[in-house]
Design a protein around this ligand. Structure first.
Ligand SMILES: C[S@@+](CC[C@H](N)C(=O)[O-])C[C@H]1O[C@@H](n2cnc3c(N)ncnc32)[C@H](O)[C@@H]1O
Length: 315
């Protein structure tokens, strides 16, 4: 049995979303339903909860029938389409809690973690190519790019070569051992280098940064004027995307490139009241070490029309 997922920055997210009785709210990352439960408790009239993982939706069925909760197995980047299909108008608040849940991490058969040996899977949505498919088919340059871009791994080339020399790689334990050997890891070293490789492959396989960018734009299309958006991220690559999105959309930085002439007026800001980023309290980190790197950013939707999409993960 995996440990239940402990919601991160829960109070802070609920506060940022300023739920009023009867509000219609999207929980874009249902997970174990921690945010959804809290949102219903503080008076949300309806929660539409998304998760791309069929297991999360299946487990969430224990909360249903709750006439105020609708569970949707789908990616949050498609939330505006799903809401429109179901005849649900612009919503009052949206929460996104990016990344993997404890249930996903702790189940060896999902292949997200190197602490317990399992098949190299790592697919949140449980369809499409697995991590093993990627590692056994990609060329060296592609593996290097993924490890550098999504794991900020300085020894990417050595690791990629070692993976290719040891193909086929099928188990999480095998991959962790290959990475440790390639970078000369010894017990007692500060951090296990396999962490970066596993993070990188997971982000690549699930297109997590693209999903985040597209999810923010979908949220912009889905919120009513005055609607609140709260986003929790777990590492700097994700946080940078959210920070940049709120900066641009609130008019704090000119949209597009710095080569754009200064005189050109950008579109009207779609977000305002961008809050300072919030991290976990010492107490929360002590209770739940996985919250350590969490960061919440939030803002309020204006009445301005949505911007042209700008997706395209930039670093
Ligand atoms: C950190 S957990 C959320 C935990 C939840 N807030 C709670 O309190 O239980 C992230 C969840 O989001 C899901 N997820 C990640 N990316 C997604 C996406 N693009 N669309 C829908 N769900 C996604 C994962 O499958 C996982 O279940």
């Amino acid at each position: 049995m995996s440990a239940p997922h402990v919601p991160v920055l829960l109070q802070e997210v609920v506060e940022a979303l300023q739920i009023r009785p009867g509000d219609v709210v999207v929980d874009g990352t249902f997970g174990a339903g921690g945010y959804t439960r809290a949102l219903l408790e503080v008076g949300a009239g309806r929660v539409i909860a998304f998760d791309r993982d069929p297991d999360a939706i299946e487990q969430g069925r224990s909360l249903v029938p709750n006439t105020n909760l609708t569970l949707v197995e789908e990616r949050f980047s498609l939330m505006d389409r799903v809401l429109a299909e179901r005849g649900i108008g612009p919503v009052d608040a949206i929460a996104l809690d990016i990344g993997v849940s404890s249930m996903q991490l702790d189940r060896a058969d999902r292949g997200f973690s190197f602490s317990a040996d399992g098949p190299l899977d790592m697919r949140m949505g449980q369809s499409g190519p697995t991590a093993a498919d990627f590692l056994n088919e990609a060329d060296e340059a592609e593996i290097v790019r993924v490890l550098r871009d999504y794991g900020e791994e300085p020894r990417a080339r050595a690791i990629a070569r070692a993976i290719i020399a040891n193909r086929p790689v099928e188990r999480t334990g095998e991959l962790a051992a290959i990475v440790r050997r390639a970078v000369g890891y010894r017990q007692g070293m500060k951090s296990d280098p396999a962490t970066r490789t596993f993070q990188a492959i997971r982000i690549h396989l699930n297109a997590e940064l693209e999903e985040l960018e597209e999810g923010l734009e979908a949220a912009e299309r889905s919120l009513k004027p005055g609607g609140r958006l709260a986003v929790v991220t777990f590492h700097s690559l994700e946080d940078r995307i959210v920070k940049r999105f709120f900066r641009e959309r609130s008019g704090a930085t000119p949209a597009g490139s710095r080569h754009r002439p200064v005189a050109v007026q950008g579109p009207a800001p779609t977000f305002e009241k961008v809050a300072k980023p919030v991290g976990p309290s010492e107490d929360e980190v002590a209770r739940n070490p996985r919250s350590r790197s969490a960061r919440l950013r939030s803002a309020v939707r204006t009445a301005a029309p949505v911007w042209q999409n700008t997706s395209g993960v930039t670093k």
